[in-house]
Design a protein around this ligand. Structure first.
Ligand code: SF4
Length: 240
């Protein structure tokens, strides 16, 4: 299988079959905590990075396989080796996957392109959206996510606020917390202000635990993590 991986146990969704929509590693960001290493093509250009019919053929094979009977996934997760919303045939792929199976479909995204109404429209067919938001100010955004030129955090936030109005099913907003970068108490109050406007169904605090692109990246102390959870309120959970 070239585009499917797993099913693997995911901390948030149980048993999850992954699908990648980009080759390794095409992304508008180059996050310091990324487990996939440095971004090879840093872009916000949407195009057909992988042939949609090849992905669908692989999924059909998987759905016929004995592996499905022995361990049916709780979710099919579109995520993979880059940013899935860069794939220009995303809406078509989501519709085709939904025709093939009743397994719920989740999409993991860095939310970089949601300023574009067409990208927001393209994701409306999934059952669960898991966007990430690691910063609410341009300086911290640049430091942690190292975005492609021209991407502004204020546009990412505006895109997420608009998405919430258009997407009525589940939105789990993930924040990756990195020690001494975005984990101060003061910064958590800034997060809260913005997240209240986005109004996700859940806020999931994550920490870097495995190999990270930059070796100096550290998780916040447990005590700080609990403080941040407290500040962000009852919808917030620690998933690490
Ligand atoms: S958005 Fe995801 S894939 Fe892209 S660099 Fe960040 S962690 Fe890696």
């Amino acid at each position: 299988m070239r585009y499917l991986y797993g099913p693997v146990h995911s901390r948030r969704l149980g048993l999850s079959l992954g699908i990648t929509l980009t080759p390794h590693k095409v992304c508008p960001f180059d996050c310091i905590y990324c487990q996939l290493g440095r971004t090879i093509i840093k872009t916000r250009k949407r195009q057909s990075y992988i042939k949609s019919n090849e992905i669908i053929s692989e999924l059909k094979e998987f759905l016929k396989s004995p592996a499905l009977k022995s361990a049916a996934p709780d979710y099919i997760s579109i995520s993979g080796f880059g940013e899935p919303t860069l794939h220009s045939n995303l809406a078509y792929l989501i519709a085709e996957i939904k025709k093939l199976t009743l397994i719920p479909l989740a999409l993991f995204t860095n939310a970089a392109l949601f300023y574009d109404p067409e990208v927001r429209r393209d994701v409306l067919g999934v059952d669960l959206l898991v966007p990430s938001l690691d910063a609410v100010t341009q300086g911290v955004f640049r430091e942690i996510d190292r975005p492609a030129p021209g991407i502004k955090i204020k546009d990412v936030i505006k895109g997420l606020v608009a998405l919430r109005k258009e997407f009525k099913t589940g939105i789990y907003l993930e924040i990756m917390l990195v020690k001494n970068v975005n984990d101060s108490q003061e910064y958590s109050y800034k997060f809260k202000e913005v997240i209240d406007r986005i109004n996700p169904d859940k806020i999931q605090l994550n920490i870097p635990v495995r190999s990270t692109t930059e070796s100096w990246v550290m998780p916040p102390d447990r005590e700080r993590l609990l403080q941040i959870k407290e500040i962000l309120g009852p919808k917030c959970e620690i998933v690490a």
